[in-house]
Write a protein that binds this ligand. Structure first.
Ligand SMILES: [Cu+2]
Length: 274
């Protein structure tokens, strides 16, 4: 029935409409708080966005091409019968076409190789340990069911010393600074995802994984877990604060230190009272 080719056509038109509309609308696209939706706040983000657009264009062209053929063939070969109820055209069965199989294997393979080579530089910049910035880690981040624990260097500026500072689901770093964290997990696999910085890295038990990123915009962003890690997975949301300056970050750390000392003091006095 030709009716079905119309249904296929409408579904294809709707899909194409959605992916043409997405880049034009702010809500459907990758999050960008600066208002300019084609300008990610992080320097890696801009590379990743352009890769994303290239892949969207390639898959879009392939999708439109295959849908046009599908709908046209569905329309053309719809089973029509004559007045006597006999098929107008008899179906013909044949066993594959080797040439066609070779073509539709080679073309996608070539496209995948092109994408693999094209994105290699970006991947190396973001993931290769040799590309890690030579800076002190801003924090050690430990994922666990179901929260993010941040451990910052204290006044001695060294991590893993007794004066370290802790926060839960609250991450701070400084604008325009390449920021390095050591990512760990204390139970299952989680995924450290900063959507605004386009950074996503699995936290794997038993490994300490360096992750680096930056932001050219101060403000408040979001951290989520991008790996379904258990029943409370949805709770693994954290606030990210990008401070405008080193001074502002130092001020926040000093406040945190004072608060931490205060609570330790009150714990000590509580114990004495008992
Ligand atoms: Cu998780």
């Amino acid at each position: 029935m030709r009716y079905w080719s119309v249904v296929f056509a409408l579904a294809a038109i709707f899909s194409v409409g959605a992916f043409v509309y997405a880049p034009l609308s702010g809500d459907w696209w990758l999050p960008n708080p600066s208002g300019d939706m084609h300008h990610s706040v992080s320097s890696f983000g801009r590379e990743i966005d352009s890769l994303f657009v290239i892949i969207l264009v390639i898959t879009g062209v392939v999708f439109i091409g295959t849908q046009v053929v599908l709908v046209w063939e569905a329309y053309r070969f719809a089973d029509r019968v004559d007045d006597a109820g006999r098929p107008v055209r008899q179906a013909r069965y044949f066993h594959g076409s080797q040439r066609l199989e070779v073509i539709w294997t080679i073309i996608p393979a070539a496209i995948l190789v092109f994408i693999a080579l094209y994105q290699m530089g970006t991947w190396a910049n973001i993931k290769f340990r040799s590309a890690a910035p030579k800076v002190q880690p801003t924090a050690e981040v430990t994922a666990r069911q179901f929260q993010w624990i941040f451990r910052y260097p204290g006044p001695d500026r060294k991590l893993y010393t007794p004066d370290d500072l802790y926060t839960v689901n609250d991450f701070h770093f400084v604008k325009d600074r390449m920021t390095l964290i050591n990512l760990r997990s204390s139970d299952v696999i989680h995924s450290f995802f900063l959507p605004h910085m386009r950074i996503k890295q699995d936290a794997v038990p038993g490994m300490i994984i360096p992750v680096w990123f930056d932001s050219d915009t101060a403000g408040h962003f979001e951290l989520v877990c991008a790996e379904l890690c258990g029943w409370g997975h949805y709770k693994m949301r954290g606030n990210v604060t990008v401070h405008a300056s080193d001074e502002e970050f130092a001020k926040w750390q000093a406040d945190l230190l004072a608060e931490q000392n205060r609570s330790q003091l009150s714990m000590a006095t509580d114990n004495q009272g008992r």
